[in-house]
Ligand binder design. Structure first.
Ligand SMILES: [Zn+2]
Length: 537
C-alpha cells in the first residue's frame, strides 16, 4: 500500500497486480507456490527494491505544477498485523513474515493457471485440474490474504467451459477468468458464439475476464467480441450489462497512438492491462492515452497495472510503477486519482466481491462478535488479529479471502475488512462471512460473523440502516476479550444452535440497540468519525 499526502489530504493507494500465473507451464516456466523462494511474493519484493531506487526511497516527495506530493510505502495495517501476530504466536509463521518483508507495497496479486501440464487431467473441463490447483493455493492462509485466484477455460469446449466457470466460482472460490486465444489456438475465431457464451456466463458471476493479446489484430478481435457479447446481453439479459468486464492484456506494447486500441480499452465495459511494456515506450503510451482516450477524464478508470509474472520481471514492473509514482507523470497531467485507479483501485472495483451482494447464507443461529480495546500492553487491532491467528490454527476452518471495507467512498479506509471463512466438518463445507470493524477511531475493533441473511456492505453501515441491523446482529452486544483462544471459541459458538452457558463477560456498557423508528434527519452513521491519521508502520 502507498500512502500519499496531497495538499494535506491523505490518500490510500491499494496496489494490486492484475496479471500473474501460478502452476507449471508446458513451456517449463513455473511458479508452483507464490510464497516459495523465487515465487510471486519474492518478485514483489524485488519490484519494491527496484521501485525505491526510482523514487529515492520508501518515502519521497516532489512538487508538480504547484502541488506538493508526499508518498510513503507501508503495509496494509490489518493484513500486516495478522501476519505479525501469527509470527509472534507460533514459530511456524515466522518464516512467512520474513518472506513477506519488503513485499508490502503489493496488497494483492491476481493469479491464474498457465497453459499447464495438468490441463486435461480431469474429464470435466480442459482446465478443471488447473483451476482446482489454483483454488487449493489461493483459498487458504497464508496465500488467501495476498492473492486473488481466477479460473481458466477454453470456450470451444462449449457447455463444459460454462459449467467449469460456475464450479470454479461456487465451489472453488475463484473470482475472475483468464482466456488465452493464442496458446489455445483460437486466435482465428476469437469472436465466436462460444466465446460470447463464456463472456455471458462470466457476467452472471460478475467475473472480470482478462484476455492475453499479441498485437493489434488480437486486440481488435477481443474488442469485436466484447461488442457482440454486450449486444447479446442488451437484447437478452440487460441487467447483466454492467457485469460484462473485459480486460485486454498487454494493451500498451506496440500500441502508442493507435486509435483503435485506445477505443478498445476505453469502451464502457473494457479495460487495458499494462504488462509486457517498458520505459520509455510505456511513458509515451500513458501520456498519449491520457490525452486521446475516448473515455476523456475517465481514461484512468480503464487501465490496470499487471506484471505477467513469471514471464516478465521486476525491471518491467518497476518501469510502470516508477513512472506513475514520480514527477514526470504529474507534470504530464496525471493525478493522484489516476494512480489509485491504475495501481489497484480499478481491479478491486471489478471483483465480484464488490459487485454482487455478499450475503450470509449459512445459518448463524447465535451471532456473537468479540471486541477489543487498546490496553497499555496492546492495541485493539493487535488483539483482534490474535483471534484471527486462532482461526488460522483451527484445522476445521480456512480463511478464503480478505477484502477491504470502506466508508462512504474508497478513499475512506479505516482498516476494516470482510473475511471469508470456510468451516469443514463431517465432509460438509460452510462458508461464513466475517467482518472486522473499527468502532471508535482506532481504539476499539470487533470481529464476528455477519448476521444470517445479512449482506456485507463494502461501504460500511449506517446506524439505522435496516441492512446493517441484520448484518450487525452479533456486534451489538459488547464482548471484551483479551484471550484469543476463548475469543475464537466464542465466535465459533455463533454457528451452534443452542445458546450456551458461555464464558461471555458482562457487557462493559449496555448493548447498542438502535431505537425503533426513523432516524432523525441528517443522522450520521453509528461509527464515530475521527480525522484520519497516517497508518502506523
Ligand atoms: Zn500471462
Amino acid at each position: 500500500m502507498i500512502i500519499a499526502k496531497v495538499n494535506n489530504q491523505i490518500h490510500r493507494i491499494f496496489v494490486v497486480d492484475a496479471h500473474s500465473h501460478v502452476g507449471y507451464d508446458v513451456d517449463s516456466v513455473n511458479n508452483p507456490n507464490p510464497m516459495a523462494p523465487f515465487g510471486t511474493i519474492d518478485f514483489y519484493k524485488k519490484t519494491y527494491l527496484e521501485v525505491i531506487k526510482v523514487t529515492g526511497g520508501a518515502e519521497w516527495k516532489f512538487n508538480s505544477r504547484g502541488v506538493n506530493y508526499e508518498f510513503k510505502i507501508v503495509p496494509n495495517p490489518p493484513v500486516y498485523e495478522i501476519f505479525k501476530q501469527a509470527a509472534a504466536m507460533a514459530e511456524q509463521y515466522k518464516q512467512i513474515l520474513e518472506r513477506l518483508e519488503n513485499s508490502w507495497m503489493f496488497d494483492y496479486g491476481v493469479c491464474f493457471p498457465f497453459q499447464d501440464k495438468y490441463r486435461a487431467d480431469n474429464p470435466e473441463a480442459l482446465y478443471r485440474a488447473s483451476n482446482e490447483r489454483i483454488s487449493q493455493v489461493v483459498t487458504r492462509f497464508p496465500v488467501s490474504l495476498k492473492m486473488i485466484g481466477y479460473c481458466r477455460v477454453h470456450p470451444d469446449e462449449g457447455q463444459k467451459a460454462l459449467d467449469e466457470i460456475e464450479h470454479s466460482v461456487k465451489v472453488k472460490g475463484l473470482r475472475g477468468l483468464k482466456l488465452h486465444p493464442r496458446s489455445e489456438q483460437w486466435l482465428d475465431h476469437v469472436n465466436s458464439q462460444a466465446a460470447v457464451n463464456v463472456l455471458v456466463q462470466a457476467a452472471r458471476f460478475s467475473l472480470p475476464v482478462i484476455f492475453d493479446t499479441r498485437g493489434k489484430e488480437s486486440i481488435y478481435a477481443v474488442h469485436d467480441l466484447t461488442k457482440n457479447a454486450k449486444s447479446y446481453l442488451e437484447r437478452n439479459e440487460p441487467a447483466l450489462v454492467p457485469h460484462l468486464k473485459v480486460i485486454i492484456g498487454h494493451c500498451a506494447a506496440g500500441n502508442f497512438d493507435d486509435a483503435k486500441t485506445y477505443q478498445a480499452i476505453s469502451d464502457t465495459n473494457n479495460y487495458g492491462e499494462l504488462s509486457m511494456v517498458r520505459s520509455p515506450e510505456f511513458d509515451q503510451f500513458i501520456v498519449d492515452f491520457m490525452k486521446k482516450s475516448p473515455a476523456k477524464k475517465d481514461w484512468s478508470r480503464h487501465i490496470l497495472f499487471g506484471s505477467d509474472f513469471p514471464y516478465f520481471f521486476e525491471r518491467h514492473a518497476k518501469d510502470v510503477i516508477g513512472f506513475l509514482l514520480t514527477k514526470p507523470f504529474f507534470d504530464a497531467g496525471g493525478t493522484i486519482e489516476d494512480i489509485k485507479n491504475i495501481l489497484g483501485g480499478n481491479l478491486l472495483r471489478l471483483l465480484p466481491d464488490n459487485n454482487l451482494p455478499q450475503i450470509q447464507t449459512t445459518p448463524i443461529p447465535n451471532p456473537v462478535a468479540v471486541h477489543a480495546k487498546d490496553t497499555g500492553k496492546a492495541k485493539a487491532l493487535e488483539i483482534i488479529s490474535r483471534v484471527i491467528v486462532k482461526a488460522i490454527e483451527d484445522s476445521s476452518v480456512d480463511i478464503t479471502r480478505i477484502m477491504p471495507m470502506f466508508r462512504e467512498n474508497m478513499n475512506d479506509y479505516r482498516n476494516e475488512y470482510l473475511l471469508g471463512t470456510r468451516f469443514k466438518s463431517d465432509g460438509e463445507q460452510k462458508d461464513v462471512l466475517m467482518m472486522c470493524l473499527n468502532l471508535i477511531g482506532d481504539d476499539m475493533y470487533a470481529l464476528g460473523p455477519i448476521g444470517q441473511d445479512g449482506t456485507w456492505n463494502k461501504l460500511g453501515y449506517g446506524y439505522f440502516d435496516p441492512d446493517g441491523i441484520t448484518a450487525l446482529q452479533g456486534f451489538t452486544t459488547i464482548n471484551m476479550v483479551d484471550q484469543p483462544e476463548a475469543a475464537w471459541n466464542l465466535i465459533k459458538s455463533s454457528l451452534v444452535e443452542a445458546k450456551q452457558e458461555q464464558k461471555r463477560l458482562a457487557p462493559v456498557r449496555p448493548p447498542q440497540k438502535p431505537t425503533s423508528g426513523k432516524p432523525p434527519a441528517g443522522m450520521k452513521p453509528m461509527k464515530p468519525m475521527k480525522p484520519m491519521k497516517p497508518a502506523r508502520k
